[in-house]
Design a protein. Sequence first.
Lengths: 334, 199
Amino acid sequence: MHDHTTPTTPAASATSAGSATSAGSATSAGSAASAASAASAAEDDHVYLSLAGATPGPEGEGRWAYGTGFADPLLGVDTTLPAGLDGADLAAYCQMLGDDALVLAQRLIEWCTRAPELEEEVALANLGLDLLGQARLLLTRAGQADGSGRTEDDLAYWREDHEFRNVRLVETPNGDFAYSVARLLLFATARGALYEALAGHPDPVLAAVAARGVKELAYHREYATAWTLRLGDGTPYSAERMQVGLDAVWPLLDELFTAHPVELRVGVDPATLREPVLRELAAVVAEAGLTVPDVPPLATVLGRAGRDGVHTEALGPLLAELQVLARAHPGATW
Amino acid sequence: MTGAAEVTVRATADPVTGTAETATTARDRAWQVAAAVPDPELPMLTLADLGVLAGVEVDGGSGTVTAWLTPTYSGCPAVAEMAADVDRRLRAAGYPDVRVRLRLDPPWSTDLITAEGRRRLAEAGIAPPHPTSAVAAGSAPGPVALTLGPTRTGAVAPVTCPHCGDGDTEELSRFGSTACKALWRCRACREPFERVKEI
């Protein structure tokens, strides 16, 4: 209800224009709606008008950053660490999952103004927004769990590439639309399965992020599946491009199922997801009339990969763009 | 909106001096104030209509009001506005000490939108969501989850046009101006409309 993903895109304008037309066409429903919204607009003295009178709460929750305040995504949530959970491990795990979400969100958002259709641009930005929301919660949790008190912004903007724990799958450049769809299919299928398993995690914050993430990732998976079917089952050329996309992204899949010691200690062993996820992916690929790629996994560096902070050369430039503003104006708020 | 009128009435009362009232009454009064706050992006709905307001409590001793909100989507950027609005309305109604808290569990679902909320959505030209149980049963459009088959886009679905009431509608895009809405079109009256997606 409250997600201005791309409020200034022509899509949004077109939608409003459509609504305005319908309201103006004097159907009784349209007239009632416009009257109601006019009334509520008059009554609803918006929050921006009263910013000057705002005061932070006694526990510091009423921070008026970003113009409105209440910037903490875990505002008032009980953040006590459950007994038996190691804070450093939980923090590292939340960073892994949070970095996956943050980096893929950044890649998805790069499609803005570049997608083949306006609707797809809006869709990809919406998916990125879901992931960004998950990343905010997970990184905030990470900063609490390790006792460092680092905020989501500290972690997102002030770490170097070797400190990021995301899998390499999410950081590779977008490629063409088929590659991005293939990447999204792999990630959404695997992450949806992981979130399902994590919904019963002893950490209540991680469990809550996962429980809601399951529902969001279902839409991501559906989107990627629909496009895989449409391209694979389309023209010979679209099928060829989709197959090339799958072939190119498939070597990065194995890392999603390769356990880091932290994952074994505090999370779900991703190796347990390999079989069900591969089965689901194979079903989609078959339905699309394509072939499951038979390619070896991308090589690691002495067994170390994204979860260890060993990344491809693509992550640095991505982070440079993501972090440049925060680093140019340290501590700035607006 | 009737809810806003309610706020005006409450604001003239002084809840702090109402020492004789029961705890339940005090909570109900605070609930009324918080429940009347409009959603920042769907102002025809209140936070109570939307199912975002998860609870309100008043501490009988200190008079502190605590309001819990359940955010909709993980990436919902309006959570801050909602929290600030609730905080401001409660303070304006005379409660000097207000805490706004987020409640993440259980997660928000479109099933929490009230009947009144659904009515107001339709009245504003936005098709309300189906029950998520209907989606799970496969009889309504929604996330396909793991089951495969023909995509739902373009499939015959029981979505009624909020403008003309006709059932001959089609989905144009699963993703619309906000994360929670899809873009649809009525084949009968040819008008586009938005529809709240089940989640």
